[in-house]
Design a protein around this ligand. Sequence first.
Ligand SMILES: Cc1cc2nc3c(=O)[nH]c(=O)nc-3n(C[C@H](O)[C@H](O)[C@H](O)COP(=O)(O)OP(=O)(O)OC[C@H]3O[C@@H](n4cnc5c(N)ncnc54)[C@H](O)[C@@H]3O)c2cc1C
Length: 337
Amino acid sequence: MTEKSRDLDLLIIGAGPAGLSAADAAAREKLNYLVIEKGLIADTVYHYPVGLTVFSTTNELELREGTLKPCREKPTREELLNYYVRFALEENLHINTEEAATRIERAGDNAGGFIVHTSRAEYAAARVLVATGAMARPRRLDVPGEDLPKVHHRFVEAFPYVRKDALIVGGGNSAAEAALFLSEGGARTTLAIWRSDWENRDPKQGCIKHWVREPLEREMAAGHLRVLLFSEVEEIGADFVKIKTDAGASETLPNHVVFVLIGSDADLTLLRDVGVRVTRDGLADVPTYDPATYETNIRGLYVAGHFTHSRHIKEAIAVPRRIVPAIAQSLKAVQSA
Ligand SMILES: Cc1cc2nc3c(=O)[nH]c(=O)nc-3n(C[C@H](O)[C@H](O)[C@H](O)COP(=O)(O)OP(=O)(O)OC[C@H]3O[C@@H](n4cnc5c(N)ncnc54)[C@H](O)[C@@H]3O)c2cc1C
């Protein structure tokens, strides 16, 4: 049932690193704020593969300097998730989980002020910060058979696939990591990758990180993993996959499970529907915003995190720290006018 809720200074949508950082900054500014999260606290991290070691260093991930203390040099998914959840609990951040924002409505004139509709309530908020990330829509191959239950667009863990024929399609670090997990975990693993991605060694161009590539090459040398340079997946069947190789030949592989890990896109519907302009940046749609304030073309509506041009956790945390105090200032200016 929908209920009308209290007036807020700032409503934050999404409790990933950007939303948590924004909530922390809002609490420090003594704003009346609330975070609405459709899943769990740090839901994107929760959906990382079980046991994954992340690639960032602790200083790029933590919400307070020196407080993230992993066992090894870099934290695992479990350590990072635990850190964000503990932070939210210890700082008593105001977060409603399992509540999705469904519509942002401008309230009245052009002076800021919104009604945010969610799956549970309606909130009046003077300012809104959207930090919904870029994981909503995993990219698809759009080939016959992709809707079969054995085809997954996220990788969780290798245990169900011991001694099974697994195919991973993708050229980035996530695909390579999944191939490594599967191969080391006992699946007969094939990584289908474009030649340009396999030969890419440039970290700025999203190459496979060296600490993933080196064990991957060891698995190949040991005969546990095959890297197949391909041009397209032609068809996925119940027990096979038909692939066109880099050399133009068609190859049919025995197959029990397919992981399509070719990236994901943000869902910008909330922003588009309220009138935020969106532009194309390479493969991704990005909302337009002032690069200093992160305010969109809709006055009082801000963005932060992975769907902006600041794509890593480091920036997802840093940007709200800069912009929330400015939002607080602008609210004080309105109140004292
Ligand atoms: C396997 C993997 C490993 C990675 N490793 C690293 C790494 O080592 N270092 C690094 O910097 N980056 C890494 N990334 C990327 C990193 O996860 C993102 O950059 C980061 O999560 C961005 O933070 P964010 O707060 O912008 O978005 P997210 O963390 O995606 O948070 C957005 C939140 O918004 C919620 N949401 C979405 N829509 C709604 C709605 N309508 N209503 C309410 N809530 C909503 C989502 O449920 C989600 O919790 C990795 C990504 C993956 C997939």
